[in-house]
Design a protein around this ligand. Structure first.
Ligand code: UD1
Length: 418
């Protein structure tokens, strides 16, 4: 197992290139199950979750080639229709294979994902919605079985704008002839990227990025060539890293327009952000950031995936602020670790009160999940002295070549064998 060692407390300077979005790449890669034609997807980050998707697609019978950000998917045999426990356990997004397989074969079987460290994370919204299109849902030995004599285009209203359920239903509807209307959809930018990919495959998807998405499905879909959008969560993490550690950095190949809520909150905290079409410059405030409270909400609200690194910035603020997490029920596991670095935080239920301190101090810490792990890196870069971060396999699920990018920005970081 690897650890990160970071010696922080020095202002940053430099520039780095943002990778393709993990959360956009995952559904687009699984959408290749909708067609037997060749698909070529570019700007796919080299990450553990993408390797798990590669394994899942190969297991199901696709022939995948993956390297240097290019992912090619071909099909030469009949597909298996079962996503087993070992693959779903590694990566919850494996449930996004269900929509394409159900649509194409009228049958799919996948292991029911368990809870994880940030919450219970049920998939009831996915399953209820498949039922509305004609699927029957049964359970056997920890697996969910979906089947349908005939799937019908229809109207589905989600009880909550779940990102995964919106994506799963979009993919399923793309292969059902007729018009499906999805209501109360997630509006995350990754949904728009998936819609773009499905349109290239021959479906007609409109309204992605709004609450109502209409999908005119086709009996057959074509292969696609697509370039994945930049990762807004990686971008946001580096923005907060620069703001918390101090200095001035430039982030290239990104999409500032996908980060409006974070930019607004950071500007209120006194951070200067210059946005260009596909890059941005972040200039940390002189002195400590101002305290700003945030509430996580579905897009375009403040993203839950940036809540943990945001808390690091507020841990250094010149006063008291609140962080209210409304998306996941247990997403404050980073708070006790930050307190080991000298932060002053009180967590009560879904709310954290953060009283800023002048300086965080290096300490041995560990990661509990992917975004909590990113927060440890941000804290370590801002803290005075040496921080050893353990369990960084969580971080490796979502941040490509992190130690190299940290070095690009002037952070003294190295990966060592534990
Ligand atoms: C996606 C992102 C993840 C991000 C999250 C919220 C990917 C691969 N992951 O996860 O990084 O943190 O969106 O922005 O894109 N829920 C239910 N029933 C369901 C589905 C969801 O109750 O059937 C609940 C979840 O438990 C959670 C909330 O809805 O509390 C949000 O989940 P959802 O939007 O589905 O997130 P994911 O797609 O899993």
């Amino acid at each position: 197992m690897d650890n990160f060692i970071i010696r922080g407390g020095k202002p940053l300077s430099g520039q780095t290139v943002i990778s393709g979005s993990k959360n956009a790449a995952l559904p687009i890669l699984l959408a290749t199950l909708l067609t037997r034609e060749k698909c070529e997807i570019k700007n796919v980050p080299e990450l553990m979750d993408i390797k798990s998707t590669f394994e899942l697609l190969n297991y199901l019978g696709k022939n995948c080639f993956y390297g240097y950000g290019n992912f090619v998917v071909e099909e030469h045999t009949a597909l298996k229709l079962h996503a087993p426990y070992d693959l779903v356990r590694k990566m919850r997004a494996s449930v996004l294979a269900a929509g394409p397989l159900l649509a194409r074969y009228h049958k799919a079987r996948f292991s029911l994902p368990g809870g994880c460290s940030i919450g219970v994370r049920p998939i009831d919204i996915h399953l209820e919605s498949f039922k509305k299109l004609g699927a029957v849902v049964t359970y056997e030995k920890g697996d969910v079985l979906l089947s349908a004599k005939k799937l019908k285009a229809g109207r589905v209203k989600f009880r909550f704008p779940s990102v995964g359920a919106t994506e799963n239903l979009m993919m399923c509807a793309a292969l059902i002839e007729g018009e499906t209307v999805l209501e109360n959809c997630a509006k995350e930018p990754e949904i728009e990227d998936l819609a773009d990919a499905l349109n290239k495959m021959g479906a007609e998807v409109t309204g992605a990025g709004t609450a109502v998405i209409k999908i005119k499905g086709r009996a057959k879909l074509k292969g696609l060539k697509h370039t994945v959008m930049p990762d807004r969560i990686e971008t946001g993490t580096f923005m907060l890293l620069a703001a918390a550690a101090g200095g001035r950095v430039r982030l290239l190949n990104t999409a500032p327009k996908t980060l409006t809520a974070l930019i607004k909150a950071m500007e209120k905290a006194g951070v200067k952000i210059n946005c260009y079409k596909d890059s941005m410059e972040v200039i940390a405030p002189h002195g400590r950031p101002k305290p700003v409270s945030v509430v996580t909400r579905p897009h375009p609200g403040f993203p839950t995936d940036l809540q943990a690194p945001w808390m690091v910035l507020m841990a250094r603020a010149s006063g008291e602020s609140e962080v209210h997490e409304t998306i996941f029920e247990n997403r404050f596991m980073h708070a006790p670790e930050l307190m080991r670095m000298g932060a002053d935080i009180t967590v009560t239920g879904q709310k954290a009160v953060v009283r800023g301190v002048p300086q965080l101090l290096g300490a041995p810490v560990m990661c509990s999940d992917i975004r909590a792990g990113a927060a440890m890196v941000v804290a370590a870069a801002a803290a005075k002295g040496k921080t050893v971060i353990r369990r960084i396999y969580h971080i490796d699920r979502g941040y490509e070549h992190l130690e190299h990018k940290l070095k690009d920005l002037g952070v003294d970081a190295s990966r060592v064998k534990a």
